[in-house]
Design a protein around this ligand. Structure first.
Ligand code: 2AM
Length: 221
Protein backbone atom coordinates (compact mmCIF):
# COMPACT_ATOMS: atom_id res chain seq x y z
CA UNK A 1 0.00 0.00 0.00
CA UNK A 2 2.82 2.38 0.83
CA UNK A 3 4.33 1.75 -2.54
CA UNK A 4 1.04 2.67 -4.23
CA UNK A 5 0.94 5.96 -2.38
CA UNK A 6 4.20 6.88 -4.00
CA UNK A 7 3.02 6.08 -7.47
CA UNK A 8 0.08 8.36 -8.12
CA UNK A 9 -0.10 9.20 -11.82
CA UNK A 10 -0.19 12.50 -13.68
CA UNK A 11 -3.84 11.76 -14.38
CA UNK A 12 -6.51 9.07 -14.79
CA UNK A 13 -8.76 8.92 -17.81
CA UNK A 14 -10.25 7.03 -20.73
CA UNK A 15 -7.82 6.56 -23.61
CA UNK A 16 -9.28 6.11 -27.07
CA UNK A 17 -8.21 2.84 -28.63
CA UNK A 18 -5.68 3.28 -31.46
CA UNK A 19 -8.17 2.29 -34.16
CA UNK A 20 -10.52 5.16 -33.31
CA UNK A 21 -7.88 7.83 -32.66
CA UNK A 22 -7.43 8.34 -36.37
CA UNK A 23 -11.15 8.37 -37.04
CA UNK A 24 -11.79 11.08 -34.44
CA UNK A 25 -8.87 13.18 -35.68
CA UNK A 26 -10.38 12.99 -39.19
CA UNK A 27 -13.85 13.94 -37.95
CA UNK A 28 -12.30 16.84 -36.08
CA UNK A 29 -10.33 18.02 -39.13
CA UNK A 30 -13.43 17.78 -41.33
CA UNK A 31 -15.35 19.89 -38.83
CA UNK A 32 -12.60 22.54 -38.75
CA UNK A 33 -12.37 22.57 -42.53
CA UNK A 34 -16.12 23.07 -42.87
CA UNK A 35 -16.27 25.71 -40.15
CA UNK A 36 -13.46 27.64 -41.81
CA UNK A 37 -15.44 28.05 -45.02
CA UNK A 38 -18.77 29.10 -43.48
CA UNK A 39 -19.87 32.68 -44.05
CA UNK A 40 -21.20 32.79 -40.49
CA UNK A 41 -17.75 31.86 -39.18
CA UNK A 42 -15.96 34.34 -41.44
CA UNK A 43 -18.21 37.08 -40.10
CA UNK A 44 -16.72 36.51 -36.63
CA UNK A 45 -13.11 35.88 -37.70
CA UNK A 46 -11.97 38.82 -35.63
CA UNK A 47 -12.64 36.69 -32.54
CA UNK A 48 -9.72 34.52 -33.63
CA UNK A 49 -7.41 36.99 -35.29
CA UNK A 50 -7.99 40.22 -33.42
CA UNK A 51 -7.87 41.94 -36.82
CA UNK A 52 -10.73 42.35 -39.27
CA UNK A 53 -8.88 41.49 -42.48
CA UNK A 54 -6.74 38.61 -41.27
CA UNK A 55 -7.40 35.03 -42.35
CA UNK A 56 -7.20 31.93 -40.20
CA UNK A 57 -6.54 28.31 -41.11
CA UNK A 58 -8.26 26.36 -38.36
CA UNK A 59 -6.58 23.11 -39.37
CA UNK A 60 -3.23 24.69 -38.50
CA UNK A 61 -4.50 26.82 -35.65
CA UNK A 62 -4.78 24.05 -33.04
CA UNK A 63 -1.84 21.87 -32.06
CA UNK A 64 -2.59 18.25 -31.25
CA UNK A 65 -1.19 16.89 -28.00
CA UNK A 66 -0.63 13.18 -27.66
CA UNK A 67 -3.09 10.34 -27.30
CA UNK A 68 -6.73 11.39 -27.43
CA UNK A 69 -8.28 10.87 -24.02
CA UNK A 70 -10.92 12.07 -21.60
CA UNK A 71 -9.31 13.01 -18.28
CA UNK A 72 -11.26 11.99 -15.20
CA UNK A 73 -8.91 13.00 -12.36
CA UNK A 74 -5.82 15.16 -12.78
CA UNK A 75 -3.51 14.11 -9.92
CA UNK A 76 -0.18 15.66 -10.82
CA UNK A 77 1.53 12.71 -9.08
CA UNK A 78 -0.45 13.32 -5.89
CA UNK A 79 -0.02 17.09 -5.61
CA UNK A 80 -3.69 17.67 -6.38
CA UNK A 81 -6.18 17.44 -3.52
CA UNK A 82 -8.22 14.25 -3.48
CA UNK A 83 -5.81 12.31 -5.73
CA UNK A 84 -5.09 9.58 -3.24
CA UNK A 85 -8.76 9.13 -2.35
CA UNK A 86 -9.61 8.95 -6.02
CA UNK A 87 -6.93 6.34 -6.75
CA UNK A 88 -8.15 4.24 -3.82
CA UNK A 89 -11.81 4.42 -4.76
CA UNK A 90 -12.92 0.81 -5.37
CA UNK A 91 -14.76 1.80 -8.57
CA UNK A 92 -11.55 3.34 -9.92
CA UNK A 93 -9.41 0.39 -8.93
CA UNK A 94 -11.67 -2.16 -10.51
CA UNK A 95 -12.15 -0.14 -13.72
CA UNK A 96 -8.41 0.06 -14.37
CA UNK A 97 -7.66 -1.50 -17.74
CA UNK A 98 -11.31 -1.93 -18.74
CA UNK A 99 -12.68 -0.73 -22.04
CA UNK A 100 -15.72 1.56 -21.96
CA UNK A 101 -17.79 3.04 -24.74
CA UNK A 102 -17.72 6.83 -24.63
CA UNK A 103 -20.40 8.84 -26.36
CA UNK A 104 -19.25 12.02 -28.11
CA UNK A 105 -22.23 14.32 -28.41
CA UNK A 106 -20.78 17.64 -29.56
CA UNK A 107 -17.70 19.26 -31.08
CA UNK A 108 -16.67 22.75 -30.06
CA UNK A 109 -14.02 25.36 -30.73
CA UNK A 110 -12.97 28.61 -29.07
CA UNK A 111 -9.97 30.85 -29.89
CA UNK A 112 -8.10 28.77 -27.28
CA UNK A 113 -9.18 25.15 -27.68
CA UNK A 114 -10.93 22.54 -29.80
CA UNK A 115 -12.69 19.65 -28.11
CA UNK A 116 -15.36 16.98 -28.14
CA UNK A 117 -18.00 16.83 -25.46
CA UNK A 118 -18.34 13.42 -23.78
CA UNK A 119 -21.74 12.51 -22.31
CA UNK A 120 -21.09 10.06 -19.49
CA UNK A 121 -23.38 7.20 -18.54
CA UNK A 122 -24.35 6.48 -14.91
CA UNK A 123 -21.69 3.77 -14.78
CA UNK A 124 -19.04 6.14 -16.16
CA UNK A 125 -20.07 8.84 -13.68
CA UNK A 126 -18.89 6.52 -10.89
CA UNK A 127 -15.37 7.32 -12.10
CA UNK A 128 -16.00 11.06 -12.27
CA UNK A 129 -14.62 13.12 -9.36
CA UNK A 130 -17.30 14.90 -7.32
CA UNK A 131 -15.56 18.27 -7.54
CA UNK A 132 -14.50 18.36 -11.19
CA UNK A 133 -16.99 21.06 -12.15
CA UNK A 134 -16.56 23.12 -8.98
CA UNK A 135 -12.81 23.40 -9.59
CA UNK A 136 -13.45 25.74 -12.48
CA UNK A 137 -16.29 27.65 -10.99
CA UNK A 138 -16.64 31.11 -12.44
CA UNK A 139 -19.52 33.54 -12.19
CA UNK A 140 -21.00 32.10 -15.37
CA UNK A 141 -20.77 28.40 -14.61
CA UNK A 142 -21.80 28.79 -10.94
CA UNK A 143 -25.03 30.52 -11.92
CA UNK A 144 -25.84 27.69 -14.31
CA UNK A 145 -25.20 24.95 -11.71
CA UNK A 146 -24.31 22.41 -14.35
CA UNK A 147 -24.77 18.70 -13.61
CA UNK A 148 -21.87 16.48 -12.61
CA UNK A 149 -19.94 15.23 -15.61
CA UNK A 150 -20.59 18.38 -17.65
CA UNK A 151 -16.86 19.02 -17.93
CA UNK A 152 -16.13 15.62 -19.55
CA UNK A 153 -14.39 16.15 -22.88
CA UNK A 154 -11.59 15.13 -25.19
CA UNK A 155 -9.11 17.86 -26.05
CA UNK A 156 -8.63 17.80 -29.82
CA UNK A 157 -6.14 20.64 -29.94
CA UNK A 158 -4.96 23.84 -28.32
CA UNK A 159 -3.95 27.19 -29.76
CA UNK A 160 -0.31 28.21 -29.40
CA UNK A 161 0.40 28.99 -25.76
CA UNK A 162 -2.77 27.39 -24.35
CA UNK A 163 -2.64 24.49 -21.88
CA UNK A 164 -5.12 21.63 -22.40
CA UNK A 165 -6.75 22.22 -19.00
CA UNK A 166 -8.48 25.15 -20.74
CA UNK A 167 -10.67 22.87 -22.89
CA UNK A 168 -12.90 21.82 -19.99
CA UNK A 169 -13.22 25.42 -18.85
CA UNK A 170 -14.26 26.49 -22.35
CA UNK A 171 -16.80 23.66 -22.50
CA UNK A 172 -18.35 24.60 -19.15
CA UNK A 173 -18.66 28.21 -20.30
CA UNK A 174 -20.46 27.20 -23.48
CA UNK A 175 -22.81 24.91 -21.53
CA UNK A 176 -23.55 27.69 -19.07
CA UNK A 177 -24.42 30.08 -21.92
CA UNK A 178 -26.54 27.34 -23.49
CA UNK A 179 -28.44 26.86 -20.24
CA UNK A 180 -29.04 30.58 -19.92
CA UNK A 181 -30.68 30.38 -23.32
CA UNK A 182 -28.05 32.67 -24.83
CA UNK A 183 -27.91 31.41 -28.36
CA UNK A 184 -28.44 32.52 -31.90
CA UNK A 185 -30.05 30.68 -34.76
CA UNK A 186 -28.65 27.20 -35.20
CA UNK A 187 -27.03 26.49 -38.52
CA UNK A 188 -28.05 23.06 -39.77
CA UNK A 189 -25.09 21.08 -41.04
CA UNK A 190 -24.58 17.52 -42.17
CA UNK A 191 -23.22 16.42 -38.78
CA UNK A 192 -25.67 18.39 -36.66
CA UNK A 193 -26.59 21.90 -35.62
CA UNK A 194 -23.99 24.58 -35.11
CA UNK A 195 -24.45 27.48 -32.71
CA UNK A 196 -22.35 30.57 -32.11
CA UNK A 197 -22.02 31.65 -28.47
CA UNK A 198 -20.05 34.85 -28.97
CA UNK A 199 -16.33 35.53 -28.48
CA UNK A 200 -15.26 32.85 -30.92
CA UNK A 201 -17.19 30.04 -29.19
CA UNK A 202 -18.88 27.57 -31.53
CA UNK A 203 -20.55 24.27 -30.72
CA UNK A 204 -21.80 21.63 -33.10
CA UNK A 205 -24.27 19.29 -31.44
CA UNK A 206 -24.04 15.99 -33.27
CA UNK A 207 -27.19 14.57 -34.80
CA UNK A 208 -25.78 11.09 -34.23
CA UNK A 209 -23.50 10.78 -31.20
CA UNK A 210 -20.19 9.07 -31.99
CA UNK A 211 -19.46 5.99 -29.88
CA UNK A 212 -15.78 5.40 -29.19
CA UNK A 213 -14.14 2.54 -27.30
CA UNK A 214 -11.74 3.84 -24.66
CA UNK A 215 -9.58 2.14 -22.04
CA UNK A 216 -9.72 3.47 -18.48
CA UNK A 217 -6.20 3.81 -17.15
CA UNK A 218 -3.68 6.06 -15.45
CA UNK A 219 -1.03 8.07 -17.25
CA UNK A 220 2.52 8.76 -16.09
CA UNK A 221 4.47 11.18 -18.32
P1 2AM B 1 -7.50 17.93 -20.77
O1 2AM B 1 -8.12 16.87 -19.95
O2 2AM B 1 -8.40 19.08 -21.02
O3 2AM B 1 -6.95 17.42 -22.06
C1 2AM B 1 -2.29 16.32 -18.84
O4 2AM B 1 -2.00 17.67 -18.76
C2 2AM B 1 -3.78 16.11 -18.97
O5 2AM B 1 -4.43 16.47 -17.77
C3 2AM B 1 -4.43 16.90 -20.08
O6 2AM B 1 -5.26 16.02 -20.75
C4 2AM B 1 -5.15 18.03 -19.38
O7 2AM B 1 -6.29 18.58 -19.94
C5 2AM B 1 -5.40 17.47 -18.01
N1 2AM B 1 -5.23 18.51 -17.01
C6 2AM B 1 -4.15 19.30 -16.80
N2 2AM B 1 -4.33 20.09 -15.74
C7 2AM B 1 -5.56 19.83 -15.25
C8 2AM B 1 -6.33 20.33 -14.16
N3 2AM B 1 -5.86 21.27 -13.34
N4 2AM B 1 -7.57 19.82 -13.99
C9 2AM B 1 -8.05 18.88 -14.80
N5 2AM B 1 -7.38 18.36 -15.84
C10 2AM B 1 -6.15 18.83 -16.07
Amino acid sequence: VQHEELSLPLYFGWFLLPAVQEKIRCTSMDFLKTLDTLEAFKKHLIDFTGKAEKEVDLEQYYKANGTLHCTTKFCNYGKVEGSKEYAQNPAVRSANGSVFELSLTALFVTPRTAGARVSLTEEQLLLWPADAEKEVESAVTAAASLPRGSRAHITLGCAEGTEPVQTGVDLLQILALQKEGQQGEPLEMELGSLIYYGEGRWMLTLREPIAVPACFSSFYA
